[in-house]
Every structure is written in C-alpha cells, then in structure tokens.
Design a protein around this ligand. Structure first.
Ligand SMILES: Nc1ncnc2c1ncn2[C@@H]1O[C@H](COP(=O)(O)OP(=O)(O)OP(=O)(O)O)[C@@H](O)[C@H]1O
Length: 353
C-alpha cells in the first residue's frame, strides 16, 4: 500500500476570464481522513477538486501532497482517482472488465491485472458481481464498482464529486453509511464534494465550507454546527433550518421578532439571535429560560420527533420537539435558554463569548 498523503492547499487563486472563482484558499487534509468540501452551487467546489486532480491549473498558490509540490504534475502522476456523479462505468463491459480497464490502459500483464482486480473485488466485497454488467447493479453496488475501478491503481487520494446525487433519497443514506465504512476500511484520504449539508455532516471527519470562492470555515462538523463563524454558515448547516430573530436594544432590554425579550450585557444596538429548532422547548427547563409565545400552524412528524412551524407577529419559528400533542392554531408558550443561542452582530458575525 502507498503511504497516505497529507494534502496542503496554500493561497490558491483561480479565475475564469474576469470571474474570480477561488479567492485565496488555504487548508490542510490529514492522512486517511474523510474531508468534505461543502458549498452551494457555483461556490467553486468542482474547480478546487479539479485543481487537486490536476485537471485545472491554479493562477497562483500551491498544492502539496506529502510536502511535495504537485502544481506541475499531470493527473496520472498525482496518485489520485476521481469518482464521478454517474460512476461513468462502461455499460458494455462486465464489472471485471470495468475494473481491469485502467490497468489494461497502463499495459499491465494479464495475470497482474487478474490478481489486482480479484484482490480489490474481495476488499470491497464485490467478487460475486464480477460477471455482471452495470445495468444489473443496484446504486450501491455500482458505487462499489466505481470505487473498485479507482482503487486498482492504488491511488493515494480519492476525489469524489457529488457521487450520491443521482441516487434516490431512500437509498442515499444507506450508501452514504457504506461509503464511510469503506473509507475507514481502506484508510485512504477521501476528498468529497457536495452541496448537501446532511451528507457533509454525516461523512466528514472535517468539513471545509466554500462560499463565493472563499473557504469560510473549516473544522469538525459538530464544531462548525455548534459554533458557526457567521449567519451564512449557521443557516447553511442544520435541517430544519436555524431560527434567526432580529433583536433591537431598548434601554437594557433586547426586543426580538416573535415577542421575545431578554437582557444581555452587550453594547450592540442590533443583534440577531440564532436558535436551533431543537433548542426551543414547550416547557420550562431552567429558571432563567426566556419565555415567548407562538401559534402552531403546521406539525410534521419526523419519526421520533415532531417539527412544529409556528408564528408570532408574522415571524415563522421552527421547533423540533418530542411532544406529539400539539394543538394547531392555539397560542402556546415557548422557552429558550440563552446559553444555547448564537448571537450575531449587525455584520452577521458570531459574537458568542
Ligand atoms: N471552464 C469554466 N469557464 C468559465 N467559468 C467557469 C468554468 N468552470 C466553472 N466556472 C464558473 O466558476 C464558478 C464555480 O464553478 P464550480 O463548478 O467550481 O462550482 P461548484 O461549487 O462546483 O458548483 P456546483 O455545485 O453547481 O457544481 C461558477 O460561477 C462557474 O460558472
């Protein structure tokens, strides 16, 4: 097995014509980790992935694999393998031939090809599928084969560009779990691009969030979720979406959308209070909880929990609760613990102490 690489991206800039797509990107990826690049459409994710693959050149900046600069290395010499959205399996070839293909192109001998394909098939538990054609595979199996085809060349890094986005929602989470297990088993560095925050949260050892060509935040999913640096990130992560209440200070009391009032030792005249739906309660939890009111309008069962969408003074509030007996249309109290809220200043920056 090749040694795991440590990827370092240093001050990377990239423009297409007048459009600056990457504006000074810096981050590190540890050996053998599952790294997720998350961002909305047009954020620059694919561009960055293509730069790592060697399919695009940087305008300035450096890419290091294992402390070795690879800016000028062509894709085949980088030891990376790409797995695309549609898996790009050849429909007229069996699984065996699909997996053998990259080695055949590199002029490997027939018996070496056979040995490698069978070994990789065993690792991925797809030996029994070797004689099938791609049309005879489920989404998850096709994904294993696509990984297998990438794995035969023993790449140091896997680059995956939205590999699950063509799958039905119901098998997506199953395949997501499998992918994570396979990555841990293979102990290879995975760099995974997605616009889906759920996918990023569940797969990533670390996540980098790209927004308009800037890496806004980097870290462990739970740390970013609990401590997003700004309103954009706070809103991007989490489903149902975080509640954002605009608050204005009158004397020493902040008054917010949705009839919520509280005291806070801050100088800012205007702040935004970010409250995750799971942090709003229908019963008092602590003496110093802030009390508000909502009129529930919709209640949606999420399995073990219920999502309530309620409103006060035209402000919509999302609550996730374990309670099931909610009367729609009747005003009820809500309780918020200020310590569990995020506080943003007028510029949208997180100012939690
Ligand atoms: N070859 C190109 N020529 C010109 N502009 C490009 C080219 N490739 C990408 N862009 C532009 O660069 C920006 C970033 O594109 P990129 O594909 O990296 O975004 P993305 O985050 O992967 O988006 P998506 O999730 O929609 O694929 C977009 O505004 C896109 O239109």
């Amino acid at each position: 097995m090749t040694k795991m690489v440590n990827v370092r991206v240093v001050d990377v800039y990239k423009s297409y014509g007048k459009v600056q797509v990457l504006k000074g990107i810096n981050f590190n990826i540890e050996d053998g980790e599952f790294f997720v690049l998350l961002g909305s459409s047009g954020a620059g994710k694919s561009t960055l992935l293509n730069i790592l693959a060697g399919l695009e050149a940087v305008d300035s900046g450096s890419i290091f694999f294992d402390d070795k600069i690879v800016n000028d290395l062509p894709p085949v010499e980088r030891g990376v393998a790409m797995v695309f959205q549609n898996y790009a399996l050849y429909p007229h070839m069996t699984v065996y031939k699909n997996m053998a293909f990259p080695l055949k192109m590199l002029n490997y001998k027939k018996d070496s090809i056979d040995r490698i394909v069978k070994k990789v098939a065993e690792t991925l538990d797809i030996t029994w599928l070797l004689n099938r054609y791609p049309r005879e595979l489920s989404g998850g199996q096709a994904q294993r084969v696509a990984l297998g085809r990438a794995l035969v060349r023993d790449p140091k890094i896997f680059l995956l560009d939205e590999p699950l986005s063509n799958l039905d929602a119901n098998i997506r989470s199953k395949i997501r779990n499998e992918l994570k297990l396979m990555q841990k088993q293979l102990n290879k560095t995975f760099i995974y691009v997605t616009h889906d925050q759920m996918e990023a949260m569940s797969l990533g050892d670390h996540i980098g969030i790209l927004h308009n060509g800037v890496l806004e935040q980097y870290g462990r999913p739970i740390d970013i979720y609990n401590n997003p640096i700004n309103e954009y990130i706070a809103t991007f992560l989490g489903d149902p979406e975080i509640n954002m209440l605009s608050c204005i200070k009158y004397r020493d009391v902040y008054e917010c959308d949705g009839s919520i009032k509280f005291k806070l030792d801050l100088d800012d005249k205007k702040i935004t209070l970010g409250i995750r739906p799971e942090n709003i309660y229908l019963h008092r939890q602590n003496d110093n909880d802030i009390e508000g009111k909502i009129i529930p309008k919709v209640s949606e069962l999420l399995g073990s929990h219920t999502l309530i969408i309620g409103s006060v003074e035209n402000k919509e509030i999302r609550i996730v609760t374990e309670e099931t007996n909610i009367s729609i249309g009747k005003e009820i109290p809500i309780y918020i613990n200020l310590n569990k809220c995020l506080i943003f200043n007028e510029k949208g920056e997180n100012i939690n102490k």
